[in-house]
Design a protein around this ligand. Structure first.
Ligand code: HEC
Length: 121
């Protein structure tokens, strides 16, 4: 029973992401993530240009936690959804003290992140 509930929860994650709206996501990003992150420069958190498809903990010069740097993850929509729901559960020992409980807002933010291409300096 528990396994089945988990499977259903898992599938709804994929669906929620597919329904993400990048325009709403940009507003949510600026409101919720902007205090610590920006697209092109490192702040409290690392820059986000090109984050989808990027290895976790790999922006040169940013002082990541060892936990994230060594996680071996490569960010895709599903992992980002898990990270934003509960970073500490995905990567114990990480240092981002923020989570987004609403699945639709996560989906919107991830749709926006997917539009951010890495820019060469
Ligand atoms: C309170 C500050 C803070 C807020 C708010 C915050 N973050 Fe972070 N974020 C961090 C820190 C610090 C790290 C680095 C964590 C580590 O090294 O363990 C991080 C790391 C990340 C990473 C991993 C990037 C990489 O290069 O591997 C992603 C993705 C991310 N944040 C997305 C978001 C999103 C999306 C939001 C808004 C919903 C957000 N963060 C809000 C501080 C924050």
């Amino acid at each position: 029973m528990r396994a089945m509930l988990l499977a259903v929860a898992w599938m709804s994650v994929g669906t929620a992401w597919a329904g993400g709206d990048a325009v709403r996501g940009q507003q949510a990003y600026e409101a919720r993530c902007g205090a610590c992150h920006s697209v092109d420069s490192d702040r409290v958190g690392p820059r986000h240009a090109g984050v989808v498809g990027r290895r976790a903990g790999s922006v040169p010069g940013f002082a990541y936690s060892d936990a994230l740097r060594r996680s071996g993850l490569v960010w895709d929509a599903r992992l980002l959804d898990r990270w934003l729901s509960d970073p500490e559960k995905l990567v114990p020992g990480q240092r981002m003290g923020y989570r987004v409980d609403d699945p639709q807002i996560r989906a919107d933010i991830i749709a926006y992140l997917a539009t951010l291409k890495a820019r060469k300096p």
